[in-house]
Design a protein around this ligand. Structure first.
Ligand code: CMC
Length: 426
């Protein structure tokens, strides 16, 4: 393929460099286009636009491939742990045993939150959605940890990364406890990341949480599956917010806000609500007809990048069966609805022609519910796990010498310039 692309407009020819990554389609570098041809490109929704260069995650949507730093998600989900994946995303390589020991120590010893921070939760209504609490609480971290908000200091960048990975489970568990009217549970250093989170959610003063290795492993694997996903809406939000030099806590709060939408991370909650509303297998044909009539979407299906099975969905489905078996809910009617709905959709021309396959959210709600979480916590768990991806991408952007403030342009289609008319003359 050529190293340059020619762009012709109004008799003017501009030669544009063609860039190539390790994998994926070639990219036409249009940075000089406006200066040389006086035109913008138009791509709402970023259908054909690479917004940055990144070494973190690669997706081949047609082949259903997802790699973190080159490692397939299936292998990481099977053989690694969430904290090891965190290290990999942040540092680019898997840790050696001593490196991992230091990293695990750094995360474990940052899990507590400032005592005054706990009072912050009390300001929320008891029935507040935990994602609303997360957005506010994570943004408020910048009011508590001033010593890690200087984005130009590499040490502060790393401490803020550790703090966020460490404190997110504590904050998420508090959002959950607050909505239940139960006292907060403090982190314990001897527990693993997933164990600590489950204990902070499910222990009560009258009865301690009882560890179950199958459920803890499932929680850890769910965190791995959500750890990063390239330049999705929330990650792009984090990068755009960070491009102005905003502090990392504020940027991650922006990412959480973006994630909450039902087309993004909010889909897991919506998907379980959808499956519950369908209720029984006999209602599926009527529901599918409603999707085809465009009255609503089949939540947990479809993806901007995957035009094949989302590899995360494959692992999630397997995890779902393991968890349901462990808690004795193999015959959960909602699981039966999900499996039949998947079968129907995958053989229906409407979904086949549009290349709509299950995504990570299709089976995650059923799994998380079996772990004991209510639907409004599902997106919170997604945010908890995605924090490492956001912070790794944010760090990569800050450390990229070609980084500039994000500033898209537009096609203006409003009124042409006109003179102000006083109110008595309108
Ligand atoms: N149900 C029914 N039709 C759909 C669906 C769906 N879930 N998704 C896409 N379509 C149709 C869409 O109507 C369009 O049809 P047509 O060409 O006839 O107008 C066609 O498929 C292409 O869809 P699109 O909306 O142009 O695709 P997109 O890339 O802009 O949207 C998406 C991707 C994920 C927002 C969308 O598939 C969707 O809304 N899915 C449901 C929500 C969901 O499960 N989101 C989780 C995504 S994975 C986790 C994450 O990263 O957050």
């Amino acid at each position: 393929m050529a190293n340059t692309a020619k762009f012709e407009i109004d008799g003017k020819t501009v030669e544009l460099p063609v860039l190539r990554g390790t994998d994926g389609p070639a990219v036409v570098d249009i940075r000089k286009l406006y200066a040389e041809a006086d035109v913008f490109t138009y791509d709402p929704g970023f259908m054909s636009t690479a917004s940055c260069e990144s070494k973190i995650t690669f997706i081949d949507g047609d082949a259903g491939i997802l790699l973190h730093r080159g490692y397939p998600i299936m292998e990481l989900a099977e053989k690694s742990s969430f904290l090891e994946v965190c290290y990999l995303l942040l540092h680019g390589e898997l840790p050696t045993a001593p490196e991992f020991e230091v990293f695990e120590h750094n995360i474990t010893y940052h899990t507590m939150i400032h005592e005054q921070f706990d009072r912050f939760f009390m300001g929320f209504r008891r029935d507040a959605h935990p994602m609303a609490i997360m957005t506010g609480a994570v943004g408020a971290l910048s009011a508590f940890y001033h010593d890690s908000t200087n984005v130009n200091d590499p040490a502060q960048r790393m401490i803020s990364a550790h703090r966020m990975i460490a404190k997110m489970p504590t904050i998420a568990a508090r959002a959950f406890k607050y909505s239940r009217g139960q006292p907060f549970v403090f982190p314990r250093n001897e527990l693993s990341y997933a164990e600590n989170f489950l204990r902070m959610c499910f222990s009560v003063p009258a009865e301690d949480w009882v560890p179950n290795p199958v459920l803890t492993k499932a929680m850890d694997r769910i965190f791995i599956l959500h750890a990063d996903h390239e330049q999705n809406a929330s990650t792009s939000t984090v990068r755009l917010a960070g491009s102005s030099g905003a502090n990392p806590f504020a940027c991650i709060a922006a990412g959480i806000a973006s994630l909450w939408g039902p087309k993004h991370g909010g889909a897991n909650e919506e998907c379980l609500n959808m499956l519950t509303d369908i209720g029984t297998v006999d209602k599926i044909p009527e529901f599918v007809q409603g999707v085809k009539d465009r009255r609503y979407l089949l939540m947990g299906f479809g993806h901007r990048v995957y035009k094949n099975y989302d590899p995360r969905a494959t692992v999630m489905q397997q995890t779902c069966h393991e968890v349901l078996k462990e808690v004795g809910a193999e015959n959960d009617p909602i699981l039966q609805v999900a499996m039949e709905l998947e079968k129907v959709a995958l053989s229906d021309p409407y979904f086949v022609e549009r290349k709509l396959y299950p995504n990570v959210d299709f089976y995650s709600g059923i799994t998380l519910r079996a772990l004991g979480f209510p639907p409004e916590m599902f997106t919170v768990l997604f945010a908890l796990a995605r924090t490492v991806g956001w912070i790794a991408q944010w760090k990569e952007m800050i450390e990229d010498p070609s980084q500039k403030i994000g500033r898209p342009r537009q096609i203006y289609t409003g009124a042409p310039a006109r003179s102000f008319v006083p109110v008595d003359k309108r």
